[in-house]
Design a protein. Structure first.
Length: 238
C-alpha cells in the first residue's frame, strides 16, 4: 500500500548539507499498522512528510495505493490539482493536533470535505458520522479549546478520515498525551484499522507504542532503516 524506493532527502541550510533520508526502502502492506521507531533526528518526520509529499524528496520514489506520487506535478503547498487530490486521500494526524481554534469541532472535520467539493448538507452528515465513529458525537458544536488532549486528537483523527483515505499517517500522535489517553487513542487507531481496513503508518520514539498497536515496524537511525520486520520478529532480535 505504501512503497518507497531509495528515498533520499538532503536539506541544505546555511551552506551545510544534512542527509535526513539516506536511501529508504519501505514496504507497508495493505491493512497493516506499521511503526517507524527511532530517536529524535533519525529522519522519521522527514520520511512521513515525503510519503504525502508535503516534502519533495531529493531522489527516490513514493508509491501509495498503486500511484506514484513522486511522478505527479507540483510541490509543497502549491502542489498541482492531481497531487492535491491524491493528498486529501492520505489522512494525516499530528502530534499537536493542528486544529483551527476559531472553528467548531464539526467545522474542523468539514474542512477537507470542502476541498473535495461536497455540498453543505453532505459535509455536515459526513462530519457527524465521523465524530460518532471516534466517540465525539456530542462535541460537534464546541470549540477545540473546550476539549481534552485526547478528545482533540480524536477530532484530528476524524478530520484525517474525511477524505475516505486508505492510508493514515500518524506523526507522533500520542506524544503529547498522558499514558492513559495514549492507550485509548492507540486503541481507536487499532479499531479503525480493523473496522475500515485502514493502513496506518505511524512514527514514534516509543517502543511501547509499537508494541501496543503495530503489526510490523522499522527501526530508523541516521536517515536509514537499520532493521525491519514483524513486531514479534523485531522483539526476538537480541
Ligand atoms: P525525526 O522525526 O526522527 O526526529 P527529522 O526527520 O525531523 O527526524 O530530522 C532528520 C534530520 O533532518 C535532522 O538532522 C534534522 O535536523 C534535519 N532536518 C529536518 N528538517 C529540516 C529542515 N527543514 N531543514 C534542515 N534540516 C532539517
Ligand atoms: P544508543 O546505542 O545510541 O545509546 P540505544 O540502543 O540505547 O541507542 O537505543 C535508543 C533508541 O533507539 C531507542 O528508542 C531504541 O528503540 C532505538 N533503537 C534501538 N536500536 C535501533 C536501531 N538499530 N535503529 C534505530 N533505532 C534503534
Amino acid at each position: 500500500m505504501i512503497t518507497t524506493k531509495d528515498l533520499t532527502k538532503v536539506y541544505r541550510s546555511r551552506g551545510r548539507e544534512i542527509t535526513a533520508l539516506d536511501g529508504v526502502d519501505l514496504h507497508v502492506r495493505e491493512g497493516e499498522v506499521y511503526g517507524v521507531l527511532g530517536r529524535s533526528g533519525a529522519g522519521k518526520s522527514t520520511l512521513i512528510r515525503c510519503v504525502n509529499l508535503l516534502e519533495r524528496p531529493t531522489a527516490g520514489t513514493v508509491i501509495v495505493d498503486g500511484r506514484e506520487l513522486t511522478a505527479l506535478a507540483g510541490r509543497g503547498p502549491r502542489a498541482g490539482g492531481e497531487l492535491r487530490r491524491a493528498r486529501t486521500r492520505i489522512g494525516m494526524v499530528f502530534q499537536h493536533f493542528n486544529l483551527l481554534s476559531s472553528r467548531t469541532v464539526q467545522d474542523n472535520v468539514e474542512l477537507p470535505l470542502e476541498i473535495l467539493g461536497l455540498s453543505g448538507r453532505e459535509r455536515a452528515r459526513k462530519a457527524l458520522d465521523l465524530l460518532d465513529l471516534v466517540g465525539l458525537a456530542d462535541k460537534a458544536r464546541v470549540h477545540p479549546a473546550q476539549l481534552s488532549g485526547g478528545q482533540k486528537q480524536r477530532v484530528g483523527i476524524a478530520r484525517a478520515l474525511a477524505g475516505d483515505p486508505k492510508v493514515l499517517l500518524s506523526d507522533e500522535a500520542t506524544s503529547a498525551l498522558d499514558p492513559e489517553t495514549t492507550r485509548s487513542v492507540l486503541q481507536l487507531l487499532r479499531d479503525l484499522n480493523r473496522q475500515l481496513g485502514l493502513t496506518i503508518l505511524l512514527i514514534t520514539h516509543e517502543m511501547d507504542v509499537v508494541k501496543a498497536v503495530c503489526d510490523s515496524a522499522a527501526l530508523m537511525r541516521g536517515g536509514r532503516i537499520t532493521e525491519a520486520g514483524t513486531v514479534p520478529e523485531l522483539l526476538a532480535t537480541p
